[in-house]
Design a protein around this ligand. Structure first.
Ligand code: FDA
Length: 302
């Protein structure tokens, strides 16, 4: 129900306009502006964590909006470089924000320019994974970007039935691959739906990535999967600089610190920007306790 609401413009307007929403948003989103992103990044890096920044925005519908999204990333990369926050901070990009749904070439061109700016700024880019109808196009664009920018990161969603095969293709030398469970409402024909099946699929993809020669980025807050990842690192003889953990801003911050103190690289995914609605709804859908927190805040007058 929440994922359906995440695509409703009517619900978006109602939720965004409710004043108490701001307090909930702040838990998961750095703020509306580049300065907010820089402030949060600075604090996280100072505390020993790495960062990947997502300028929020998806389902862009016009070339003008796609160009604006690209330009926001350029501004961000220049600011990160000036603030000497690279390479500790990299960026995450959704191809739909760059126009993928109406002009694949435009999305590629914008992504290419962002990768070039990231390279100048001394950092790199990871292409977020979106709903399954975009997977082929995203992986195709990834391969083309990697010709000029080999460190461009891919994202695989363990719930997709195809991801084990994609993991095998991507587990090659130098290939940065984020593995997450997957956050979109997908049909049974393309994705596992039970928690157990998704967790088992995650472990199968994890095994492929950790036994390969690429650089796995394990994006999960799930304590069992974190423990299995630590176990596989020993099993496949990977040192702590040969893979990393990734978690979302505002989710299990103590665990982020614990893993960093244990010597692992922990990268925090920090979203920012005024278009936080779809992102927030996906976070709420993941955890009933978040929804209760959100509803309490909405019904509170304080
Ligand atoms: P799961 O949802 O089973 O949660 C395990 C435990 O973690 C919970 O019991 C709870 O303790 C805690 N937890 C998880 N989510 C929480 C939340 N929102 N609030 C509070 N506690 C929470 N997806 C996608 O489709 N494309 C993408 O590109 C990305 N990118 C991405 C980057 C990074 C760095 C992360 C961490 C995640 C993503 N995701 C994503 C989202 C991912 O697919 C998935 O939806 C969430 O990470 C939740 O899955 P977990 O593996 O954490 O397990």
């Amino acid at each position: 129900m929440i994922l359906a609401a995440s695509r409703s413009a009517q619900v978006a307007r109602a939720v965004s306009a409710a004043p108490p929403t701001a307090a909930v948003v702040r838990r998961f989103v750095a703020g509306d502006h580049t300065e907010d992103a820089l402030r949060v990044t600075h604090d996280l890096v100072k505390s020993g964590l790495s960062v990947t920044l997502d300028r929020l925005g998806e389902d862009t519908t016009t070339p003008e909006l796609a160009q604006a999204a690209r330009d926001e990333y350029v501004v961000l990369l220049e600011a990160l470089s000036t603030a000497e926050l690279t390479p500790a901070a990299e960026i995450s990009v959704k191809l739909s924000a760059l126009g993928l749904s109406f002009d694949r070439k435009l999305a590629y061109d914008h992504a290419h320019l962002i990768c070039a700016k990231a390279s100048e700024a001394g950092t790199t880019v990871t292409l977020d994974a979106e709903d399954h109808t975009t997977t082929d196009a995203a992986l195709d664009i990834l391969q083309r970007l990697r010709v000029d920018f080999p460190t461009t990161g891919a994202v695989l969603q363990a719930y997709l039935r195809r991801s084990e095969a994609d993991a095998r293709t991507l587990a090659t030398a130098g290939s940065r691959v984020r593995l997450c469970k997957g956050a979109y409402a997908e049909p049974e024909s393309v994705a596992h739906s039970s928690r157990l099946e998704i967790d088992k699929a995650y472990v199968r993809c994890l095994n492929i990535l950790m036994s390969g020669t690429g650089y796995p980025m394990l994006a999960t807050h799930d304590p069992r999967l974190v423990a299995i990842t630590e176990d596989r690192a020993k099993w496949f003889d990977r040192s702590s600089d040969e893979f990393e953990f990734q978690m979302l801003y505002g989710v299990r911050p103590n665990e982020q610190q614990r893993l960093a103190a244990a010597g692992y690289t922990v990268r925090v995914y920090v979203p920012y920007g005024p278009q936080w609605y779809g992102y927030l709804m996906r976070r709420l859908a993941e955890r009933p306790a978040n929804t209760a927190f959100f509803l309490r805040a909405l019904s509170s007058r304080s």
